[in-house]
Design a protein around this ligand. Structure first.
Ligand SMILES: Nc1ncnc2c1ncn2[C@@H]1O[C@H](COP(=O)(O)OP(=O)(O)O)[C@@H](O)[C@H]1O
Ligand SMILES: [Mg+2]
Length: 255
């Protein structure tokens, strides 16, 4: 079967610092992959390379069998197919939750206003926010804002959604509701998730990618990564995370 996403030997430097030193992996339909690694290791850079916010210097990205790193490609058309959920939500503060979700459909895909509104409402329902549809971001909690961010990504019918530490900016008691929504999407939408939430990684991910120093040190299913990692660096990192965030990456929520 064709992979929906293929990252092939991606390199990226800023000045003379090489941040990504040849990253390769694939994703299949409905798959959830979690990327873990210390701060500054290039996780956000990798996500930005994938959606071409910051194109790689070398290597290729293939989306649904099409090379998107090719110079001739229409970047806006490609970005529509790659959802992005940001750590700090990136919502428009002057627009309601509903409008935050529908505006992309109207402006980017040219969908008729009423149809876009109906679709946006559907996605808000999916993340449990139909009652908050007409509220503005300032009236929403952090967890609700992030769920709007997820609804906005879903509305575009993406091939894959990239999540960059989606719960890192949230108060601990709000993390669970966002992880629950993401868990509900697992298997239905392909998700590439940078997170320190080890409970989510252990229980929801199909695969975990451990990055360090700009390379993938090790990847594999959670059972292998958590109980029998091949490399001592993986074990050390997971140990550190357990100390920092609790054994399950956060004991406050059930994931
Ligand atoms: N736009 C940029 N310009 C210069 N350096 C950058 C830029 N973006 C990231 N970096 C550097 O690249 C390294 C990796 O950053 P990042 O991808 O944000 O790591 P992570 O998300 O794993 O914490 C860091 O050293 C960071 O300072
Ligand atoms: Mg980052």
């Amino acid at each position: 079967m064709q992979h929906i996403l293929e990252v092939k030997d991606v390199h990226k430097s800023y000045g003379n610092i090489e941040v990504l030193k040849g990253i390769s992996f694939t994703m299949d339909h409905g798959e959830t992959k979690v990327i873990i690694g210390t701060s500054g290791t290039g996780k956000s850079t990798l996500l930005r390379c994938i959606n071409q916010l910051d194109p790689p210097d070398k290597g290729e990205i293939w989306l649904g069998g099409e090379e998107i790193t090719h110079r001739s490609k229409n970047i806006n058309r490609i970005r529509q197919k790659i959802g992005f959920v940001f750590q700090d939500f990136n919502l428009f503060n002057h627009l309601t939750a509903l409008k935050n979700v529908s505006i992309g459909l109207e402006k980017v895909t040219g969908m008729d206003k009423e149809k876009a509104k109906a679709r946006a409402m559907q996605e808000l329902q999916r993340v449990g926010l139909e009652k908050q549809a007409h509220q503005y971001p300032a009236q929403l909690s952090g967890g609700q804002k992030q769920r709007v961010g997820i609804a906005r990504a879903l509305a575009m019918d993406p091939v894959v959604i990239l999540f960059d530490e989606p719960t890192s900016a949230l108060d601990p008691e709000l993390i669970g509701e966002v992880l629950e929504v993401m868990k509900g999407l697992a298997g239905k939408v392909a998700m590439l998730v940078v997170t320190h939430e080890m409970g989510f990684a252990r229980n929801v991910a199909d695969d975990i990618i451990f990055m360090e120093g700009g390379v993938v040190v090790e990847s594999g299913p959670p059972a292998q990564m958590f109980t029998n990692p091949k490399f001592s660096r993986t074990k050390e990192f997971l140990g550190k995370i357990a100390t920092l965030y609790g054994e399950e990456g956060g004991k406050k929520h059930s994931l």
